[in-house]
Unconditional design. Sequence first.
Length: 273
Amino acid sequence: MGKFDGKVAFITGAARGMGRDHAIRLAESGADIIAVDLCEQIDTVAYPMSTPEDLEQTVDEVQSRGRRIVHRQADVRDFQALQSVTQEGLSAFGSIDIVIANAGIAPQGSPEPDIAQTFRDVVEVNLFGTWNTVQAAAPAMIEQGRGGSIVLISSTQGLSGVGGTGSGASSGYASSKHGVVGLMRSFTHWLAPHSIRVNSVHPTGVLTPMIVNEHMQTFLAKNPDVAKGMQNLLPVPALESADIVNAVAWLVSDEARFLTGVALPVDAGFSAR
């Protein structure tokens, strides 16, 4: 028996990185998956974003563990697209019990010929996309009447302004990830009467393509004070995806059944510096 047998998890940004690893971890414990990812490039993001082939690999990983998956290319900035995906998942599986709003971009180091557009893209993906995700899934969770768990992936930059350089990317990232905390707290009050828990997770740097790319490394090299300020307290430069997945899997499980409204750092002591 898996701890998520009979559960369905809706995960955004599921084509690779942490999103794929969330899907694999929950599938290994019995959950069926609704997986969403853009699988296209955004003009203001210089590092390569996910591809349809990445999403297909997530599908293969879930199915190889004996679980079912509904997967679609969809933009979290498009509320109607997310509504359509959730309805498709509901038709296939009958419920949504877990939501992991994981999709996000961090284009620090990307060229910014239009600083305002960069800021807008980051905020629309990271903040509006998170709002869209929960708003698309929560009505069905409420109607089911059996509770559930929602985790919003924020960042240490949702708790700190360290790393701000005035660019559209850095200010957009910090403000959007702070905004995710506001959403979490607001959603907590909205959904608690329905026994739906809402928490946010705040990773430090994680070894995924979003930060392991030449543009981010160039940005840090050109801004040594920023790089120094973003060091962790524990002697580790960055975390593995599994470190975040472990925390999220616990939060959405019955082991954390009375945790809601919590902003949980998984950050090697970054927030304690």
